[in-house]
Design a protein around this ligand. Structure first.
Ligand code: CP
Ligand code: NVA
Length: 325
């Protein structure tokens, strides 16, 4: 027992941790979004606090977690790295053991993915990866929720990702492979996604039937796509890699590139966007852009994830409150 509660140890470090529950998580997220008035009565985190550690800046993740935790009746505690002992005089493992005594869950935005794995290994409460250098599962959950809102049948959706083979692409391809969307990515040579993650996604795709393909050709990736997705070329922590930018010539999502997409194309970006680099104003501000739906959906998707990880019966409670069969 920790802090008077039984230890729970299911974590979300990569989106495939949720593989069996992902469709339900997103269906519940969509239900929460449709019925926001229920929030005052649905309080699975009542009397509990959730802590969020940030080693990097954040707008969407921080605000969507703080508001989402409050909406679930919980108390959000944001812990900026310079304000706590982590990293300086205290190890990740001791931090995990201490915070588990106070908190119902911990979210962690870190540099090395191994750090969030270590936090989870020593935590008695659920740990949620709020972005590491190699994974961004909360983003992928919100992305697939947004695609579900815009397209009736995920099996018919073809996603094209153009840009860096980074944390956002990793969880996007895994989530697409879990839910049956086809995905093609185009990255410059030397900036491809991790071979290990692609193998994991290919394994998941054998069960869902989705098709995965990677190339170095943005036009090939975008041809016939319904969803065009990009992210910054230089991620947080890579600011010193100035030479990296030059590799992305020809990888900008602009009006010419989107002309190869399907007629019903939408544009997605996890944000923040570097306008004029990976995407032009014309595309991100076009009626086809759904980037702010994505940003909003971070909150609904994370509320659904927190409900699942902190209280397995929360969805049933919600169904009773809403009189859903
Ligand atoms: N998309 C995303 O994670 O944004 P923040 O860095 O602002 O949290
Ligand atoms: N790839 C980006 C995502 C930001 C939300 C980064 O890691 O900085």
């Amino acid at each position: 027992m920790t802090g008077g509660r039984e230890a729970v140890a299911s974590h979300l470090l990569v989106i495939d941790d949720l593989a069996d529950d992902l469709r339900s998580v997103l269906n519940w997220a969509i239900t929460f979004k449709r019925d926001p008035d229920i929030a005052p009565e649905f309080t699975p985190l009542a009397g509990l606090a959730v802590g969020s550690i940030y080693e990097k800046p954040s707008t969407r993740t921080r605000v969507s977690f703080e508001v989402g935790i409050s909406r679930l009746g919980g108390h959000p505690l944001t812990l900026l790295k310079n304000d706590i002992q982590l990293g300086g005089s205290e190890s990740v493992s001791d931090t995990a053991k201490v915070l588990s005594r106070y908190l119902a869950a911990i979210t962690y935005r870190c540099f090395a993915h191994a750090d969030v794995e270590e936090l989870a290994a020593h935590s008695d409460v659920p740990v949620i990866n709020a972005l590491s250098d190699s994974h961004h599962p909360c983003q992928a959950a919100a992305d697939l929720m947004t695609i579900m809102e815009h397209f009736d049948d995920l099996d018919e959706v073809n996603i094209a990702y153009v840009g860096d083979g980074n944390n956002v692409l990793h969880d996007l391809m895994l989530a697409a492979a879990i839910l049956g969307c086809d995905i093609s990515w185009a990255t410059p040579e030397g900036h491809e996604p991790s071979v290990e993650v692609v193998e994991r996604a290919r394994h998941l795709a054998t069960q869902s039937g989705s098709s995965l393909s990677g190339s170095n050709d943005p036009v090939e990736a975008v041809s016939g796509a319904n969803v065009i997705y990009t992210d910054v070329f230089i991620s947080m922590g890579e600011e010193h890699l100035e030479h990296k930018q030059s590799a992305f010539e020809g990888f900008q999502v602009n009006e010419e590139l989107v002309s190869y997409a399907a007629d019903d194309w939408v544009f997605m970006h996890c944000l923040p966007a570097h306008r004029g680099e990976e995407v032009t104003d014309e595309v991100i501000d076009s009626p086809n852009s759904i980037v702010f739906d994505q940003a909003e959906n971070r909150m609904w998707a994370q509320m659904s994830i927190l409900a699942l990880l902190c209280d397995r019966s929360a969805w049933e409670t919600y169904a009773e409150l809403m009189e859903i069969d």
